[in-house]
Design a protein around this ligand. Structure first.
Ligand SMILES: [Zn+2]
Length: 191
């Protein structure tokens, strides 16, 4: 299989340009995991690769937990390759929780699976949620790590990713692309 970055770019899941993010910041690159995960054979391959990183580390996982919605597909595929269960966490009244009758045993060995980690804050919420249900979160994994170390401080457990991306973000006032007269594009994640 081709290089991960090339694969993302070829499927337009990774775009370079001038983007207005939902946070209001401008950035020079944009990653939309749904555009790569729409191909089940690619999703399966990416899940296998993520699972291989976990297996190589020697960490034994019983269950993968993904924050909805972005983590669902890659969580399922990674869990399949690990022979693990796949659960998802979701927000209820603003708080990350497990619903749907999902149960975690005391001390169950958990991997958090995300599509992309940016600030690491939502991942931290997922860890706290799972630990609150009695699970033992042993590692965090994602397709793309954009945290540039900012998420690192939030996790005291190993983090695995297929691609580490340095994405520059700017406030609208400071954006050098705006200063050059270009208009930011809002990527199509929201309607
Ligand atoms: Zn700009």
């Amino acid at each position: 299989m081709e290089d991960i970055k090339t694969l993302f770019e070829r499927n337009k899941a990774l775009l370079n340009g001038h983007f207005l993010l939902s946070s209001g910041l401008h950035s020079d690159a944009y990653f939309q995991s749904a555009l790569i995960l729409q191909y089940p054979n690619i999703a399966q391959e990416l899940g296998s690769r993520l699972a291989a990183l976990i297996k190589d580390s020697g960490i034994k996982i019983e269950t993968a937990v993904s924050p909805a919605l972005g983590g669902l597909i890659i969580g399922q595929e990674t869990a399949k390759a690990l022979g693990a269960r796949a659960l998802f966490a979701e927000r209820a009244e603003g708080k990350m929780t497990l619903r749907r009758g999902f149960k975690i045993s005391e001390g169950e060995r958990i991997l958090i699976v995300e599509d992309v980690i940016t600030t690491g804050l939502s991942t931290r919420e997922a860890i706290d949620c799972v630990n609150g249900f009695g699970g033992n979160v042993l590692a965090v994994s994602c397709l793309v790590d954009r945290s540039q170390g900012s998420g690192k401080a939030l996790f005291d457990i190993p983090k695995f990713s297929l691609l580490s991306l340095e994405v520059k973000t700017y406030s609208p006032q400071e954006c050098p692309m705006c200063k050059n007269g270009s208009e930011p594009i809002k990527p199509g994640s929201r309607k």
